[in-house]
Design a protein around this ligand. Structure first.
Ligand code: NAG
Length: 486
């Protein structure tokens, strides 16, 4: 497949007046900002940080590149009359009819809409659930929270979200329903380089982590799993098809057609069920399913697909909830210890949600030793409640309903606390979805100071964290006990 060099093409030229205007406004804002916005009591380490940021911002405004940035804002109000694939009556959104020449069609659309080309690769997250109410009485509530989690993540990381709750191909039910939705999303979003399917029962448990898209530069499909288990063990759990990234290109159009071709819409559906059961001895249920179909294709057509399918096992691109949930408590503790020990105070500095990425990057140097995936104390990127069936309540009998239920609550509140923090609150207790506590200024290191102030046992107001927490570990334990953060 051709490299998407067109995506990196330069955007339309900058309008000089607009640029001058924006630079002027920007400089004016900087002046106002430097005179009025920061109280004189700002700690010196933060002062240094702000100084650096201001200098960088000032420098940026002087560079011509800044105008280029402004011109690259997406133009939502303009669809030129020139014909694109949308005007072709032969093009179909349905699974029944293949799409051809998609790379060229997409490229042409981008040429006509240059404001959507260039810049970071765009990602559309696609997820969904059934069209009718859930059988489980908590099911719809859980789906709402699972969805909220994805919306939160994508608001912070600038992905778009599409929720599909209809069957675009009536015969393709349950796990097969994602293929028509993903395919339609590819056509609806020619501006997106990637479509990211995420099952309704998978959630983000690290709101900071960003997809290492660079790593997938020469691949078209990314799934979580272990290549050696695919080839040596022929295991049904060697790969998980509940979360995947697929590049918006012709290869993917063809691959989806192939992948979904053993689904319930196929006359050979029954036969494929038998084939898959005979190959994958650890498969839990009979019938043809999409996970089997994917592993089968990778096994049988290795030369054809190996180069283009990235089997990600290095971090929790998706992870099994039973492995992850018991580790969340220690992970919270570790993160809090790091915040308390952080000399610069940057990690616990309050900030706008829009600049969360900047703080995520500050965290990276502290997480280097954490490792990734199993046994790591880094927050797991994504936790998948495989087998819990929140909507039907018909969970796998190997788990008790309680462990699925409490596992989901813990993970949801663990993730939600990360989001809430930028809104000034956190969950008190991961099993209590309702109760939140306000985050005191300078949290977590100043927690004890604030508590002391509240019971007036401390005469003078203390500033800075060092005095507040001479022994970080003792302090953390104190915070964990009092705040009941698990
Ligand atoms: C959490 O940390 C404690 C203390 O370091 C350790 O004993 C325990 O095994 C850890 N729990 C998990 C699930 O890793």
């Amino acid at each position: 497949m051709a490299k998407h060099s067109f995506l990196r093409g330069r955007a339309s030229p900058c309008f000089t007046e607009a640029c001058l205007f924006f630079s002027g406004v920007f400089m004016a804002l900087l002046l106002v900002w430097s005179f009025s916005c920061f109280p004189s009591s700002i700690p010196s380490n933060l002062e240094a940080l702000v100084g650096v940021t201001r200098a960088a911002a000032g420098g940026l405004a002087e560079q011509e590149g800044h105008c280029g940035e402004a011109a690259r804002l997406p133009d939502f109000m303009n669809d030129p009359p020139d014909e694109t694939f949308y005007d072709d009556p032969e093009l179909s959104y349905s699974m029944d009819k293949p799409v051809n020449g998609w790379d060229e069609k997409r490229k042409e659309w981008l040429r006509r809409h240059p404001s959507f080309a260039g810049g970071p690769e765009r990602v559309v997250l696609v997820t969904g659930s059934q069209a009718t109410p859930c059988q489980n009485k908590m099911g719809d509530h859980l789906l709402l929270r699972f969805f909220k989690n994805k919306v939160d993540y994508c608001r912070i990381h600038r992905c778009d979200v599409y929720y599909s709750n209809v069957l675009l191909q009536p015969k393709m039910k349950s796990f097969w329903a994602k293929y028509p939705a993903v395919r339609a999303a590819m056509l609806a979003h020619p501006e997106a380089e990637w479509i990211w399917w995420v099952d309704s029962d998978a959630i983000f448990t690290d709101m900071d982590f960003t997809l290492p898209l660079d790593r997938y530069r020469s691949h078209n499909l990314v799934v979580h799993g272990w290549a050696h288990l695919v080839h040596e063990k022929k295991s049904w759990t060697s790969i998980n098809a509940g979360v995947f990234l697929i590049r918006n290109c012709q290869w993917s159009m063809d691959f989806i057609d192939k992948w979904a071709s053993t689904g319930p819409q196929s006359p050979d559906y029954e036969r494929w069920g038998e084939v898959y059961s005979s190959i994958f001895k650890d498969k839990l249920f009979p019938g043809s399913d999409d996970q089997s179909a994917l592993i089968y294709l990778i096994l049988k057509h290795r030369q054809l697909y190996e180069d283009k399918i990235y089997i990600e096992g290095e971090y929790y691109f998706q992870g099994y909830w039973l492995d992850i949930v018991p580790t969340l408590r220690n992970i919270s503790r570790k993160y809090m210890e790091i915040e308390i020990e952080d000399e610069t105070g940057i990690l616990s500095r309050r900030h706008a949600e829009k600049v969360a990425d900047f703080y995520s990057r500050q965290w990276e140097q502290h997480l280097r030793e954490a490792g990734n995936g199993r046994g790591s104390w880094r927050r797991p990127f994504m936790t998948h409640f495989t087998g819990c069936q929140p909507c039907s309540g018909d969970h796998n009998q190997i788990y008790s309903g309680e462990s699925c239920w409490t596992g989901m609550l813990r993970a949801l509140n663990f993730a939600d606390s990360q989001v809430l923090r930028n809104y000034g609150f956190i969950h008190r207790d991961l099993l209590d979805s309702e109760a939140v506590v306000g985050v005191p200024f300078g949290f977590p290191a100043t927690q004890r100071v604030v508590e002391s102030l509240m019971d007036s046992s401390l005469g003078t107001r203390q500033r800075g964290k060092r005095q507040a927490c001479l022994n970080p570990l003792a302090c953390t334990t104190e915070v964990l006990k009092k705040g009941r953060i698990q």
